[in-house]
Every structure is written in C-alpha cells, then in structure tokens.
Design a binder for this molecule. Structure first.
Ligand SMILES: [Zn+2]
Length: 234
C-alpha cells in the first residue's frame, strides 16, 4: 500500500472518531436542557396538584359556612315558632324550618363529596411530590454525569487533534487539502476498490483506473465520486 494512503487511512480513522466525539460534545447542552425541562415539568405538576387541593379546601369551607348560616336561621325560626300563638304562623315557620333543613342535607351531601375528592387530590399531591423528588435526584445525577462526560470528551478531542495534526503534517499539503475537502463533503474520503467497484459510490471504475489502483504506482481517484482509492480485492 502507498505510504500516503496508509497515513491518510489513519488520519481518516481519527477524523471519523473526532467527528463522532465533537457531535456528542455539541449535543451535551441540549441533553442538559432536556433534563432540566423534565424537572420543570414535575415542579409544575406539583404546583397544579397543590393548588387543586387548596381550591377544594376553600370550597369545603364555603359549604361549611353556608351550612352554619342555615343552622343559625333554623335556631332563630324555632325560637319564633316557640313564641308565636298563631297556628298559621306556627305552621308557616315549620315549613321554613323544613326548607332550611333540606338545604342543609343537600349541602352536607356536597361537602361529603368534596371531602372524598379531597382525599384523591391529597394522594395526587403526595404522588407529585415524590415524583419530583425522584426526578430531582435523577436529573442531578444525569447533569453531573454530563459534566464528567464533557471533561472526558474535551480531553479525548484535544488528544486526537494533536495526534491527527502530527500525522497530517507528514502528508503533502495539496493532497491533504484534497482529502479534507472530500472528507468534509462525503466521508469516508479514502475507500477500497473491491472487484472493480468503488467502496464510496459503489460504481465500477474504468479499466485504466483499476489497473492504476492495483499497480499502486501512484494515487488514483474514482472518476465518478473523486474519492481516493486503494486496492482492496480483485
Ligand atoms: Zn466512487
């Protein structure tokens, strides 16, 4: 194998790894934002659950007040009933008392329903709080792992870059520029020629190119995709 090809294959191997690591590094902030978003979602869910529970409490207190008001009224009506000497007034007051008692019974039914609802809301609120705690722990773990990964990735990238640069310095500059352009547009830039087929575009090369690649007398490029070819198999 031509020495330029040998070197470029190693450069290409480092470039492939570098591309993958840089992409991973680039995505880390997005991953962190997503993790924090999950936390915000759980925080909002807890706020909603607590506010529903509080609203229900307020509704119960309002009902209790309405019940209390009617009880007071009944007390007053009973005193009036006790004091009256007119039969028709006594009966009318009795109807009034019955009406208020009916109101109280209905309000108490509603109160009971709200209290049952309150139990469910309380359970939801407790569940939301424990979900938030779990998410907080998990997200903190994830963020700290991401931080570690950021440090490790940066170190690996720096190491690979310096290795790559040392390797690349051994390649003639116009060839390296040609390789770089190819790698940027359509990596891999250096591909094997197998059974006369280019390993990059999978097209058959001309017999002249085939002979040139197999003979390894000089650099040869695929006439279809311009990739640099090396001999793979007959
Ligand atoms: Zn090709």
């Amino acid at each position: 194998m031509l020495s330029e090809i040998k070197t470029l294959l190693i450069v290409q191997d480092r470039d492939v790894t570098l591309r993958r690591l840089r992409e991973e590094l680039r995505k880390l902030p997005e991953d962190a934002t997503r993790a924090k978003g999950r936390l915000a979602g759980d925080e909002a869910a807890l706020v909603t659950a607590k506010s529903r529970l509080a609203d229900n409490e307020v509704a119960i207190q309002k009902l209790q007040l309405e019940i209390e008001t009617r009880r007071t009224t009944i007390g007053r009506l009973k005193t009036q009933q006790f004091e009256t000497r007119k039969n028709d007034e006594y009966t009318a007051l009795g109807h009034e008392i019955e009406r208020y008692a009916g109101d109280i019974a209905r309000l108490e039914d509603s109160e009971l329903a709200l209290m049952e609802k309150g139990e469910t809301l309380k359970a939801s609120s407790v569940a939301a709080a424990s979900a938030l705690t779990a998410t907080r722990v998990k997200v903190q773990e994830e963020l700290s792992l991401m931080k570690e990964r950021h440090v490790a990735l940066s170190a690996s990238i720096a190491e690979l870059e310096s290795e790559r640069s040392a390797l690349a310095s051994g390649v003639e500059s116009s060839l390296l520029a040609r390789y770089d352009r190819l790698f940027d547009k359509k990596a891999p830039a250096v591909v094997p020629l197998q059974h006369g087929i280019c390993g990059g575009c999978h097209m058959r090369v001309t017999p002249t190119t085939f002979t040139q690649v197999k003979g390894e007398k000089g650099l040869a490029f695929c006439e279809n995709c311009s990739r640099l070819l090396y001999f793979g198999a007959d």
